[in-house]
Design a protein around this ligand. Sequence first.
Ligand SMILES: [Zn+2]
Length: 101
Amino acid sequence: MKDSITLDQVKELYEFLQGNNPDSILMGKRNHPKMNYEKAYNVIWFLQEHLRVLPSSFEKCSICANLYDRASEGHYNDEKYPGKFYCTWCDHLAPEDSFED
Ligand SMILES: [Zn+2]
């Protein structure tokens, strides 16, 4: 696993897949990928879980759909709410009983 890939780089990929091309990349607009955020995240998930080239701690927040690193922020409770992830900004919207003591 290449561990030098940062969250910001993966966010850039996430944006690119949704049609938001970084200014530094020259590519004809016709050829931009234009996925919705769910499809874009599925590409990232494939790179994380199947090819294992991206850190698996990068998650999509279940509320705002932003990417964050669950190893250092936000929270989830896999036992009570599997598949639900809350970034730091949306933490207050998580169910009370999803917080561990
Ligand atoms: Zn969020």
